[in-house]
Design a protein around this ligand. Structure first.
Ligand code: ADP
Ligand code: LRH
Length: 487
């Protein structure tokens, strides 16, 4: 029987556990468990805080892993990835408080506090990161002002926290650490001078480890709970979900870009070295650390969050997953049939970040910009997708200009690669061929890095991507002449 590894992929909307192995040069993948991930709003005295339900996620993922072990008792390793930037503070190994979501609005004060000590130009030159108000460096500034850093002795990003709960070992996996705004873009080690200047104790940060490193063996109690063999290894993968997703882009060359499309759209290209120029900062591009030392030169361009929040507004929070997906299919069909021109809004406007009534915020944006708001639900959906595709087109052109490359093909991976309308609009507005799939790129990238670490497969990233290309048949979209459907 093919040896497998278990991938835990925690997305902002859902988590899954998958078993994966390689047989005759092809991937064999099995969905073992899928569970929702919803934000929790908690009253905090003078305001509400937005948090991740981390203990529920841990319960769901351990139940999923137990199922994985039942399905394959010989599973060779476990790897965990999740969304970036968020973390827990710990003291003496105990979690202090419930981790915040990056959508919590407390971070504006953190931005001012950090920029008061370190100008944004210098931050970018050192860390290479796109300015996003929720980068870890700004969240920690709020913790410092509140006194929370005085009691904490460790900060662990979400996948590292799960890894710690599974193994008892505390590490900082490099790809996700690169999203904190505290990692040196060139050395890929913590920038301790930055920490000193910001008043963040150096000891707060765990040692950086590269993807492929064994974090440790399952704690005996955890192994017993999972029904797993004692000594089962937990391996660091590209624990930033986007790092794992880009491992599973079927072909990455000088002429192709990628869009990792889910709650967010991460639009960019892969490079061997960071671009730390003022032009790259002005265009708000990021240089995130990838697997095998590659650099993801990309921009975070909002994403299907706009659509899922609109649907939550229309359907109420109680809708079931089945209702949600049949509603989505119907809405997308109606949006494809819209013929009246819809407005294109700035999908990256920060007003769309916090949870809430997106159709109302879109209408407000339109009124402020003197354009007629969309009138029906189908028009709102079409407006969102046209706006995302328009933002992708601008970003692809910027990526070309900043890197000196000519991009001909755009690979779209992740849940959003199933959105045929969005893929077609992306081809239309960028004038490039769109190659869609695989859907579960993040879990696949997670599987591949573990499989290589466990010796089940060998080779560089191109070899791993070759396995993806052999296994999955992508869907291609060619650009059509843009009609007057959107202005
Ligand atoms: P994340 O990892 O950020 O949670 P995913 O990669 O799982 O995101 O993608 C979730 C998004 O994929 C959903 O918001 C939805 O818009 C889109 N999606 C999921 N299933 C479908 C489908 N069958 N057709 C079109 N879009 C889909
Ligand atoms: C996507 C993602 C993205 C980050 C955002 C916070 O899930 O990891 O790469 O910018 O979450």
């Amino acid at each position: 029987m093919t040896r497998t590894v278990a991938a835990v992929d925690l997305g902002a909307t859902s988590g899954r556990v998958m078993l994966g192995g390689i047989e005759d040069g092809r991937l064999r993948l099995r969905h073992v468990a899928r569970f929702p991930n919803r934000l929790v709003r908690l009253h905090e005295g003078d305001r509400d805080g937005l948090h991740w339900n981390i203990t529920e996620l841990h319960r769901s993922l351990t139940a999923g892993l137990a199922q994985a072990v039942r399905e394959d008792p010989g599973v060779a390793s476990i790897g965990v990835d999740s969304w970036a930037v968020d973390y827990a503070l710990l003291r003496d190994g105990r979690m202090l408080g419930v981790p915040y979501s990056y959508r919590d609005e407390r971070t504006a004060a953190g931005v001012d506090a950090v920029h008061g000590r370190i100008p944004p130009e210098e931050l970018h030159a050192r860390t290479g990161l796109q300015h996003l108000p929720f980068n870890t460096v700004y969240q920690l500034a709020v913790d410092r002002v509140r006194g929370d850093l005085d009691v904490a002795d460790r900060m662990l990003l979400i996948p590292d926290l799960i890894g710690y709960w599974l193994t008892g070992r505390q590490v900082a996996e490099a790809t996700n650490a690169s999203t904190t705004g505290l990692l040196d873009a060139r050395t890929r080690q913590w920038d301790t001078r930055l920490m000193d200047r910001l008043g963040y104790p150096r000891e707060l940060f765990a040692p950086v480890v590269a993807p492929g490193t064994t974090i440790g063996e399952l704690l005996p109690d955890v192994a017993a709970e999972l029904g797993a063999a004692p000594g089962l290894a937990v391996t660091a993968v590209g624990s930033h979900d986007t790092a794992s997703a880009v491992v599973a882009v079927p072909a990455v060359d000088g002429e192709s870009a990628f869009i990792s499309s889910g709650t967010w759209s991460l639009v960019g290209i892969e490079l061997d070295a960071p671009v730390l120029t003022p032009e790259s900062r002005a265009a708000n591009f990021t240089n995130e650390g990838g697997v095998d030392g590659r650099v993801r030169f990309l921009k975070n361009v909002s994403g299907l969050w706009l659509l899922s929040e609109s649907m939550r507004t229309w359907n109420g929070p109680g809708a079931t997953d089945a209702q949600r997906s049949s509603d989505l299919a119907a809405l997308l069909a109606e949006a494809a049939a819209v013929v009246r021109p819809v407005p294109v809004v700035d999908a990256t406007d920060e007003r769309f970040t916090a949870p809430g009534d997106m159709p109302a915020r879109i209408a407000a944006w339109c009124r402020e910009h003197d354009v007629e708001p969309p009138r029906t639900r189908a028009e709102v959906v079409r407006c969102i997708l046209e706006s995302l595709a328009a933002a992708y087109a601008v970003t692809i052109e910027q990526a070309e200009r900043l890197s000196g490359r000519a991009i001909r093909t755009i690979h779209v991976v992740g849940g959003g690669s199933q959105n045929a309308l969005l893929c077609q609009l992306t081809a239309d507005r960028t004038g490039r061929t769109v190659v869609a799939g695989p859907v579960e790129a993040t879990a696949i990238g997670n599987v591949l890095v573990q499989a290589r670490a466990a010796g089940l497969v060998t080779g560089d990233l191109e070899a791993l991507r070759g396995i993806v290309a052999t296994t999955f048949e992508p869907v291609r979209y060619q650009p059509r002449t843009v009609t007057a459907t959107a202005r």
